[in-house]
Design a protein around this ligand. Sequence first.
Ligand SMILES: Cc1cc2nc3c(=O)[nH]c(=O)nc-3n(C[C@H](O)[C@H](O)[C@H](O)COP(=O)(O)O)c2cc1C
Length: 211
Amino acid sequence: MSLLRIDSSIRTQGSVSREVLDSLERSYADTHDGTGVVRRDLGRDPIPASTWAAAIAAGATPEDERTEEQRAAVAVAGELADELVGATAVVIGSPLYNFGISASLKSWIDILITDPRFAPGTSPLAGRPVVVVASRGGGYGPGTPREGWDHGTGWLVRILGDVWGADVTVVEAELTLAEVVPAMESLRPLAAQKRAEAHEAAEKLGAALVA
Ligand SMILES: Cc1cc2nc3c(=O)[nH]c(=O)nc-3n(C[C@H](O)[C@H](O)[C@H](O)COP(=O)(O)O)c2cc1C
């Protein structure tokens, strides 16, 4: 069994999605007897956006006429696809930026879809457990002013679950900006509660991935 961990927060300090994934990873490691965790940190080491354009161009170019850049892009797509297909379970940190997912996570998915194994209609992750930790500065629950404004998580679940066939669970950590935004001061207790709940859910999921 192997766990692939994908981080995409641009923060390396104070990142809630990273902390919640740490909880999940710890409980996975505590209950698991051996094989390791493979990590890809798209926040620290994003794949250049030009890789996607080159991989798309390669797809429209006969193999023997491809440029060096196109060949390299196809190789990157193949490496990412190998890594994802080779994982028994996948966990993904997905912060909300400007009401969408991080550019690096979007780029990772776009590049994967250029690999024939991840083309629409292929279900490469059929039945595979995938946990998404969605961290958001504000609140997006039913009845809140920003209900429906998270255009990231739904899209991510659409790709992972409906296009790639994975068995997706979303852990939400909301109101993460309450600690630092004075106007959100009254929401701090609720934010703390939501964060604790996210850690608890992540711990349970980490242990369950083993089973
Ligand atoms: C550039 C940028 C854009 C952001 N846009 C949003 C947003 O549209 N909605 C929101 O609720 N929070 C937004 N946030 C706050 C993040 O979602 C929040 O800090 C979250 O906890 C980030 O994940 P992390 O804690 O794992 O780094 C934004 C933060 C940054 C840095």
